[in-house]
Design a protein around this ligand. Structure first.
Ligand code: ATP
Length: 370
């Protein structure tokens, strides 16, 4: 695969505070890549840097192997779609999309052909003559996308473009955007803080925290093989337990020794063990690897969410089995339910559902503060 953009050791500070800390990232041709992380982690700054709206303090940005640090935004073969669509209210749909072509003095016939094709791609063929101010949020967003794509940039940058839409429309637009990206073959760099959105749309996810890249990978890699407790917690739900690696494929935690699929750690190395709530099996007590007492049960529709106290650590289990508060239950873990991570600065910060069950207690307690 061909690299389109390379960020090489990029750092950026604002007012003495380091916002991007030695970022290196390769972005490939025809890739749907998502920058994912909590508010303030630096993803928008990174996107703006690719667009040419911010400049790195140090490091280089390459576009098709050429350094573009000092190339202004309009000379980069890159376009941006912002959360606020910035459409021209006095122009109709057709003219909004045609605008970049008219700027370039493209012949009229060609403009008509190109705009009609683009409106068909974003499913707005019947809206060409409509005023943009009469459109719904989702339709306006599609006009903005069509306008950004009409000059066929090599790369389209999208900064939380679905943030203003309601949930149903957002889900529909996620599918549409993915389709548009695959149809056009244009590289999409998408910014979101919504992990579900990132998992469902992306070829590659870049998880960021505090100005650093925590992990780069496919959605399944990131979900199944998180590299540290931050990633494990940020993407989906995770039980994260202190463990000790006894040898390759054997780990000890919660007072029991488990078979796992992980190797390459030092003998006796302290590790973080991740177990996803849907991978925990509830079994009869006599077959249990671990036992605990149920402290909360929430019916979620397709499954129950059960909080169980195992030796003072509160696990979350998602299961179609049922249990009641105060039941003593047994659990079992298959080797592939266990994922081992190196200790990191995020160890101990996430992955215990004590506060989660407190939250539920408060919610169900009419006398509580909530
Ligand atoms: P969000 O999802 O909230 O937009 P983000 O991950 O996109 O967050 P950035 O917008 O990149 O984060 O901002 C990262 C940090 O840099 C924030 O603390 C922000 O206040 C700061 N920042 C961004 N741009 C500037 C600027 N031009 N001047 C000063 N500080 C800035």
């Amino acid at each position: 695969m061909k690299k389109v953009i390379e960020l090489k050791n990029i750092s950026k500070a604002f007012g003495g505070e380091l916002i991007l800390d030695d970022i290196s990232l390769d972005i490939y041709d025809n890739e749907f890549i998502t920058l994912l992380g909590p508010s303030g982690c630096g993803k928008t700054t990174m996107l703006r840097m690719i667009g040419g709206f911010e400049h790195p303090d140090c490091g280089d940005i390459l576009f098709m192997n050429e350094k573009i640090n000092d190339v202004p935004p309009h000379k980069r073969n890159v376009n941006t779609v912002f959360q606020k669509y910035a459409l021209f209210p006095h122009l109709n749909v057709f003219e909004n999309v045609a605008f970049p072509l008219r700027e370039r003095k493209v012949p009229k016939k060609e403009i008509r052909e190109k705009v009609e094709k683009m409106l068909s791609l974003v499913m707005l063929s019947n809206f060409a003559e409509r005023s943009v101010t009469s459109l719904s949020g989702g339709q306006q967003q599609r006009v903005a996308i069509a306008r950004a794509l009409i000059n066929h940039p090599k790369v389209l940058l999208l900064d939380e473009p679905l943030g203003a839409l309601d949930l149903k429309l957002r889900k529909d637009m996620q599918q549409e955007l993915k389709k548009i990206q695959k149809t056009t073959g244009i590289t999409f760099v998408f910014v979101t803080h919504d992990q579900e959105e990132a998992l469902s749309m992306s070829d590659t996810i870049v998880v960021m925290s505090e100005g650093k890249i925590q992990q780069i990978g496919t959605p399944t890699d990131i979900y199944n093989e998180p590299q540290n407790a931050f990633v494990a917690d940020f993407i989906g739900e995770s039980n994260i337990i202190d463990g000790v690696m006894l040898e390759n494929y054997r780990v000890s935690f919660s007072g029991h020794t488990f078979q796992c699929l992980d190797a390459g750690f030092a003998q006796g190395e302290q590790v973080d063990v991740v177990v996803r709530p849907e991978d925990v099996d509830i079994v009869p007590l006599e077959n249990a690897m671990l036992q605990g007492v149920v402290t909360a049960v929430t019916f979620m529709g397709v499954h129950n969410e059960i909080i169980v106290d195992i030796g003072g650590f509160k696990w979350m289990i998602q299961t179609t089995d049922s249990a009641s508060v105060d039941d003593r239950i047994g659990i079992s873990l298959d080797p592939d339910a266990i994922h081992i991570m190196k200790k990191s600065k995020y160890s101990g910060m996430f992955g215990d559902y004590s506060s989660y069950s407190n939250e539920l207690d408060e919610l169900s307690d009419p006398g509580g503060e909530a």
